[in-house]
Design a protein around this ligand. Structure first.
Ligand code: DX5
Ligand code: ZN
Length: 229
């Protein structure tokens, strides 16, 4: 099973984003995770379409755009055109989630759905066969540097079981929040395949090295294909 590392630029120096992206790419980053916050869905405001467009010019790996906004339907097209390869939306704000997923796919981006820590896995029951990936929040969204919520490990297992039951065995689970050298092994063992990390990478003096070290720890914990089968 292949593990992907998605450094979150939320914890990077916004005055030097190009350098931040280059450093994590040298360290083996597979994606760049971009946290878009609107000050409504979450109590913080970050960045939007123009920054994604600029990142697209310099990044050599795909951009993974996490929309923490109350009305994602209004902005999906703009983010896809700006260069988002993966777009994830929160189930908590979308009454017509099936339509939104189809709209993201029609824009040729990978469509992901996100569950807040308090949102039950059953919220995905009817959509599990349609998604390209599921993002499990292991902190309450809004800020970097928070502590991993332990129950998220079980939630990853439950989402994996649901996706497999729906026949969507190819859809990976992404996990976001509090992922570091201490928590990485248990989430990977539970079935997470895309690991977002902000503080654990950009909160260090050497983002390149932190990316490489986190990826090595993740790969060491990855179940073999035979073990998962
Ligand atoms: C939180 C964001 C995360 C955040 C993770 O709302 O969605 O992507 O950057 O940061 P860490 O890894 O520091 O918990
Ligand atoms: Zn995120």
């Amino acid at each position: 099973m292949s593990i992907r590392i998605a450094p979150s630029i939320l914890s990077a120096d916004f005055a030097a984003l190009g350098n931040a992206v280059a450093a994590v790419e040298r360290g083996g980053a597979d994606l760049i995770h971009v946290d878009v916050m609107d000050g409504h869905f979450v109590p913080n405001i970050t960045i939007g379409v123009p920054v994604v467009r600029s990142l697209k010019r310099i990044a050599t790996v795909p951009l993974d755009v996490h929309l923490m906004i109350t009305d994602p339907d209004r902005y999906i097209e703009a983010f896809a055109e700006a260069g988002a390869s993966m777009i994830s939306v929160h189930v908590e704000v979308l009454p017509h989630l099936h339509r939104t997923i189809q709209a993201i796919k029609a824009l040729k981006a990978k469509a992901g759905v996100v569950l807040n820590p308090s949102t039950p896995v059953v919220a995905l029951e009817q959509i599990a066969g349609d998604v390209d990936f599921v993002l499990v929040m292991s902190v309450n969204p809004g800020f970097g540097g928070q502590s991993f919520i332990p129950r998220s490990e079980l939630k990853v297992r439950e989402v994996r079981a649901l996706l497999d039951r729906a026949g969507n065995t190819a859809a990976p689970i992404e996990i976001d929040g509090g992922i570091d050298q201490k928590t990485v092994a248990r989430v990977v063992s539970a079935g997470a395949q895309i690991l977002v990390a902000g503080n654990a990478i950009f909160g260090t003096a050497d983002a390149e090295r932190a990316t490489r070290d986190l990826k090595a720890a993740a790969n060491a914990a990855a179940p073999t294909t035979a073990a998962r089968a």
